[in-house]
Design a protein. Structure first.
Lengths: 212, 505, 288
């Protein structure tokens, strides 16, 4: 029941991201999503709580809820932007596409040949929806920070998928994945800083000197 | 035991060197330390790889680290490339230092990331746990990202951003695939830490869930294929290779693409056994390989930038290797042989492109002309490697491609054969059209020729000689090694070894 | 059609103006005032019915028909809505389509009557009203479809929460409440619903006011049917629960009106589409 609630909230946060133009709000929404998903395995296995589950949950919540927003807000401050520029796909159209993607995720989730380990049948569809929403953000938005957020949502979706279909991913692997995500965001933050310094903007569609 | 310690050292030595490089004070010491660290790793790695290729797999760390014939072979090739590239990097950056283009900070950044990338790639090869292998690949993406923009310019930033984003998304998909492979082992009763161990999955491959494996392989192919530069996911490749400094481009083309392809190769025997040996996965590989060859051929025709041209050649050759693995049998053997040949050749090509770019001040092929007159040694290196790349006999690449053609005929894959020949033909014509003006065109008068030192001459001559020799004669140990490695992919026990490789009768 | 089924209709007809009183009282309390008497709306209706009406020379029969058709539609719709344990007076399969259609008829005639005056004020209000309702109707329909497709989520769970949120936004939009429209404003740039009925007077205005009260009651009853569990067979308990629930809802609306400001006109479509999205998510969750 709690897992159902969390997954529905994740779906709603994805829709909010698709429709939001304020980058600060988007960063907070992604952070909230990360925190909720970090707590998901703990809530699912609340009767068999072990040290490494708890440690992993704490680590994920700290990383996704505190460190990532801090890095991204720093990048935003350096670039002095607050809002997304006219995106490739308008916001309302984005939400409608998101709803279609949600329906598609539910359809696909039913047909995927995985037996969900989790007691929630919402898990695979919401994971697929997060993946699609993340991809959409990367493709349809122009500000680099938005693309980083899309990447984070994509990772969240894949993580949700992992929670569901693999009973216990080994602890070290989880740690490695977390570390990779951290370094990725760190590196992307530095990249955004450099891009802003060099070009004086962080709109990715204007990076088009290399062609052919 | 000794081998286990060596496996751990293989990761720790480069990592330590990278950390050390951050503390040193002068560019020369940094470059020297980097070469030393890489040299030690190369020696250790070759020793272990040789041991494995002669006496069988080695494992350590409760089977989380594991080196068998396939990974040992690839490790050996990678260390060769890394060693050559480190030597070249010291030459290349010494020139830059002389001209005042390299600051201490950039040198530190370069050296630490260079060694870190070596450690990460070694991790990919020696890890048995598919999840850790994935962590290694993602780590190489992130570490090499900043290697692209050692010199921060608009274009290099653009290339780096595209590279990081596209490859991270691709590698994320590969993680999906890894999870699905883990899920396909659900119900086999494997304990949690063992679910992603390759050796375990290989042992139980027949009883994995086939539908899950199929979904997993698609994700893995698309994901790791993005990192390997298979079309249509190759968009980051030309930008990244053209903007990175030459040693980095050499590493990218020379080994990082192959590392990603190695990951795909690791999954092939599992998927094949799991889907009942119907060749479903192999067909996908063949398809992607052919698409890469054709797309690369189309783009090679109208390139202006030398390094972009070489980058598209990489896409083509990665396509050829994939095609070889997809054909199976002799094709697998040929694909692994091609790995060695292509890596050597491409590395040499990028070395030459880098030095010539430094001399001429540009990589634009319209201005970069007449290199044979201006710099005979590097010019010969460039022209020779271009000839080898397009498959001119008797270089080794011709031999491996010929073996692949034979594999295609043996298998009856006539369409693949025709498309491959067509693509190779287009590349031949296009690249030769670029190469001849490069070598003998009218040189601009503003170029000051530089005499090539001993090290540089060695760096050119040794790979060329190697390629020439390998094209004419396959040494026995190499053939055994290739067969052992290919058997891992073909999932054949050594007793029933597949078709022999070697020189055509 | 037993005696109990008259109760929802009677309650609607008698108690609906009281809703406005409760809302206004709540807002006044928030503002620190004492506020209007609770029965103020009844006094207003009585006053308006005894006044004479003034009709502009540019208007036609549509202007006179608008309020009457609106009230008639609201009245008929009130017979369709069940309340708590009491069944509706008229019930047949898919009657919610008729309900939505009657609301639409009411809106259509209000808009057409407004356009009939030939004044640009009303025209502006009419265009805004039609635009917003074009965004609200899908949300309403999706919510109704969710209600129809399965009732096992009514006992709780995230789907119920989503449906209630969507329906509340629809209620606020349809009844011209903050944050979609301010019922107290008379500034030309900000009026939507108020401006359409600006030229009506006397009994016409009384009809419009009463019809608005009925509409609020009906949509409130829809929300209430999801929030309140169905009590046992006791009709008096049910009556008490239902009336209490409706006035509780009125208090909630009053609170919402007091703590929020009206949204900018450009942002309202986003809110409405958000409601539609939330409703669609609920529908997809029930359909899987």
């Amino acid at each position: 029941m709690m897992t159902d609630l969390i997954l529905v909230l994740v779906v709603l946060t994805n829709l909010k991201l698709l429709g939001s133009s304020r980058l600060g709000a988007s960063i907070r929404v992604v952070a909230a999503q990360g925190v909720m998903l970090g707590l998901l395995p703990v809530l699912a296995h609340v009767h068999e709580l072990s040290l490494h589950f708890a440690a992993l949950a704490v680590g994920t919540v700290a990383l996704k809820g505190v460190v990532f927003p801090w890095l991204l807000f720093r990048a935003l401050r350096e670039a002095e932007v607050t809002r997304e520029v006219e995106p490739y796909v308008a916001y309302i159209t984005s939400i409608l596409i998101g709803l279609a993607a949600l329906a598609a995720s539910f359809w696909l989730g039913g047909r995927l040949p995985v037996s969900t380990v989790e007691p929630s049948s919402l898990l695979v569809p919401s994971a697929l929806f997060s993946i699609l929403a993340g991809l959409f953000l990367i493709v349809a938005r122009k500000r680099a920070v938005n693309q980083v957020l899309g990447f984070l949502v994509l990772e969240n979706g894949i993580y949700t998928f992992g929670v569901g279909i693999v009973a216990e991913t080994p602890f070290l692997v989880e740690l490695g994945v977390l570390l990779d995500a951290f370094v990725a965001v760190f590196v992307m933050g530095i990249a955004v800083y450099h891009i802003n310094r060099e070009f004086d903007h962080i709109e990715v569609d204007r990076l088009d000197r290399l062609k052919g | 035991m000794k081998h286990e310690a060596l496996l751990w050292l293989l990761i720790l030595v480069p990592a330590a060197t990278g950390a050390l490089a951050l503390l040193l004070r002068s560019v020369r010491t940094i470059l020297g330390a980097m070469c030393a660290g890489v040299g030690i790793s190369v020696a250790l790695g070759w020793y272990v790889a040789g041991k494995v290729l002669m006496s069988g797999p080695v494992s350590a760390g409760a089977e989380w680290l594991y080196l068998d014939a396939l990974s040992a072979y690839n490790l050996g090739v990678m260390l060769l490339i890394y060693g050559l590239s480190s030597a070249y990097a010291s030459v290349y950056f010494r020139v830059e230092l002389r001209e005042g283009h390299l600051t201490l900070k950039q040198a530190r950044l370069f050296a630490s990331l260079w060694c870190g990338a070596l450690a990460a790639m070694t991790l990919v090869f020696i890890s048995n746990n598919l999840g850790i292998m994935w962590v290694g690949i993602e780590a190489t993406t992130l570490l090499t990202g900043f290697l692209i923009c050692v010199h921060v310019t608009g274009e290099s930033l653009e290339a780096m951003w595209k590279y990081i984003l596209i490859c991270s998304v691709g590698v994320a998909f590969a993680f999906m695939g890894t999870l699905l492979v883990g899920a396909s082992a659900h119900g086999l009763g494997l304990r949690a830490p063992e679910v992603l161990l390759w050796t375990r999955l290989q042992a139980h491959a027949g009883s994995l869930n086939p539908a899950c494996l199929k979904a997993a392989f698609i994700f893995l192919l698309v994901g790791y294929g993005t990192k390997a530069g298979l079309a249509p996911m190759h968009n980051w490749l030309p930008d990244a290779h053209s903007q990175a400094p030459a040693p980095v481009s050499a590493i990218f083309s020379g080994f990082m693409l192959n590392t990603a392809l190695y990951c795909v190769m690791r999954y092939v025997p599992i998927v094949e056994a799991g889907t009942g040996n119907t060749g479903w996965g192999l067909r996908l590989l063949t398809g992607f390989g052919l698409i890469s060859i054709l797309v690369a051929a189309a783009f090679i025709l109208f390139q202006h930038d030398l390094k972009r041209l070489l980058a598209y050649h990489s896409v083509e050759h990665i396509g050829i290797i994939t095609l070889g693995v997809g054909l199976g049998g002799l094709g697998t053997f040929a694909a692994l042989f091609h790995t060695l040949n292509h890596s050597l050749c491409k590395t040499l090509a990028f070395f030459a492109a880098g030095r010539l770019g430094q001399m001429f001040g540009t990589h634009d092929m319209r201005k970069l002309a007449g290199v044979m007159r201006v710099a005979p040694v590097w010019g010969m290196g460039l022209f020779g490697s271009l000839l080898a790349l397009i498959g001119v006999a008797p270089f080794a690449l011709f031999m491996s491609e010929l073996q692949m053609l034979k594999a295609a005929v043996d298998k009856g894959a006539i369409l693949a054969l025709v498309l491959f020949l067509f693509g190779a033909g287009v590349v031949f014509v296009g690249a030769l059209g670029h190469a001849i003006p490069l070598a003998w065109g009218k040189a601009a008068s503003t170029v000051q020729p530089a005499r090539a030192g001993t090290l540089e001459t060695l760096l050119v001559v040794v790979p060329l000689v190697f390629l020439l020799v390998l094209g004419l004669w396959m040494p026995g140990p190499l053939q055994t090694a290739l067969n052992a490695a290919a058997d891992v992919i073909r999932h054949v026990s050594p007793a029933l070894a597949g078709s022999p490789g070697g020189i055509m009768p | 059609m037993n005696a109990l089924s008259f109760i929802p209709l009677l309650l609607a007809l008698i108690l609906s103006p009281l809703l406005f009183g409760v809302i206004n009282r709540t807002k006044a309390l928030f503002a620190g005032r004492r506020g209007q008497p609770l029965l103020q709306t009844y006094y207003d209706l009585w006053k308006l019915l005894r006044k004479g009406a003034v009709y502009s020379r540019t208007t036609t029969w549509i202007f006179r028909a608008g309020p009457m058709v609106g009230l008639a539609a609201a009245w008929v719709a009130a017979t369709l809505v069940p309340l708590g344990n009491f069944p509706a007076l008229i019930a047949f399969p898919a009657d919610f389509l008729l309900f939505a259609g009657l609301l639409g008829l009411m809106r259509f005639f209000t808009v057409v009557a407004a356009l009939d005056t030939g004044s640009s004020f009303e025209g502006m209000g009419a265009s805004r009203e039609v635009f917003f309702s074009a965004l609200t109707e899908p949300a309403l329909f999706v919510v109704l479809a969710t209600l129809v497709s399965g009732a096992d989520w009514l006992h709780g769970g995230p789907v119920l929460a989503l449906v209630i949120i969507a329906l509340m936004i629809v209620l606020l939009a349809e009844n011209a409440r903050i944050p979609v429209d301010d019922p107290n404003t008379h500034l030309e740039l900000t009026m939507i619903h108020e401006v359409m009925v600006l030229d009506h007077s006397g009994p016409d205005f009384a009809f419009i006011l009463y019809a608005a009260a009925l509409k609020l009651w009906m949509l409130g009853a829809l929300v209430l049917s999801m929030v309140l569990p169905s009590s046992g067979g006791n009709p008096w308990l049910s009556l008490a629960l239902v009336s209490g629930g409706m006035f509780g809802l009125a208090v909630v609306i009053g609170v919402i009106e007091s703590v929020m400001a009206r949204l900018r006109l450009l942002v309202v479509p986003q809110l409405l589409i958000g409601a539609g999205a939330v409703a669609t998510v609920a529908l997809i969750l029930t359909l899987r």
